[in-house]
Design a protein around this ligand. Structure first.
Ligand SMILES: [Zn+2]
Length: 216
C-alpha cells in the first residue's frame, strides 16, 4: 500500500490543532502521531486545547504537552476548566470556546470520534466538525470501560521511539491516573499493536483514526 507523504503536500511548516476533552485524551489518542510529526515535520507548530484540565490535572496536561510537542512548538496551550462529564450541559460555553478557535486555520485537526461512548467526547467531536468546514479532521480513539472501539480507516505507523515514548510520557505525566486499572502500559501498547497489525506496520505498531473526509 502506498503512503501519503505530508512533506509533499505543503511547502511550509505544518500547523496542527489538537483537541481533547480531558487532560490525557490527546496523548492517549494521538500521542505517537504527534511524536512522529515532531520528528518528521520541520518547524511544525501545535495549537493544543484541552477542555477539562482542573487542579493537578492542569499541571499534568501542561507537562504532557511539553513532553510530546516540545515547548518551542506549542503556539497555543489552552487549558480550559469545564467540569468533567458535564460538557453537554454546558454546551453554550463550550461552543463559545470553539468560536474563538476560528482564528486558527490548521492543516490537520486531531479530535474525538463522533461515535465515542463518552458524552463529553461526542460533543467535542460534533463541535469540531461544525467549527472547521474546510479542514482535514482525524478522529482518534480512546479505549474505555464502555467498549466503543470500531473500525478506523486511517492509520499512522509508528516506530519504537514513537510508541515507546508515548507510553513513557503518558505514565510519567499523568500520575493522578495511575490508580485506574486501565491506565497501564499494556492497554496503550495493546491497542497500538492491533492497529499496527491492521495496517501491516513495519514495527507492528500504529495509531488509527476515523477519517470521514479526505481529499487527495
Ligand atoms: Zn476523555
Amino acid at each position: 500500500m502506498i503512503s501519503l507523504n505530508l512533506n509533499k503536500v505543503i511547502n511550509r511548516p505544518l500547523v496542527v490543532l489538537c483537541l481533547g476533552c480531558h487532560a490525557d485524551d490527546i496523548e492517549i489518542g494521538c500521542g505517537g502521531t504527534i511524536l512522529r510529526l515532531v520528528e518528521e515535520q520541520n518547524g511544525c507548530k501545535f495549537h493544543w486545547v484541552v477542555f477539562s484540565a482542573i487542579g493537578e490535572r492542569k499541571a499534568e496536561a501542561q507537562q504532557a504537552a511539553k513532553l510530546f510537542a516540545g515547548p518551542e512548538r506549542l503556539d497555543r496551550l489552552q487549558l480550559n476548566e469545564f467540569r468533567d462529564g458535564f460538557m453537554p450541559y454546558m454546551a453554550v460555553d463550550v461552543k463559545e470556546t470553539f468560536e474563538k478557535l476560528k482564528e486558527i486555520s490548521p492543516d490537520i485537526i486531531f479530535t474525538h470520534n463522533r461515535n465515542d461512548a463518552h458524552q463529553d467526547h461526542r460533543l467535542i467531536s460534533d463541535l469540531t466538525w461544525s467549527t472547521f468546514r474546510n479542514h482535514l479532521i482525524l478522529e482518534y480513539e480512546i479505549p474505555k470501560y464502555d467498549g466503543d472501539l470500531g473500525q478506523p480507516s486511517f492509520f499512522i505507523p509508528l516506530e519504537p521511539a514513537h510508541f515507546e515514548n508515548k507510553v513513557k510520557f503518558l505514565l510519567e505525566a499523568f500520575k493522578s491516573q495511575s490508580s485506574k486499572r486501565w491506565f497501564q502500559r499494556e492497554t496503550f501498547l495493546a491497542l497500538m499493536r492491533l492497529r499496527g497489525m491492521e495496517c501491516n506496520s513495519p514495527s507492528g505498531y500504529a495509531e488509527a483514526f476515523y477519517a470521514r473526509k479526505v481529499m487527495i
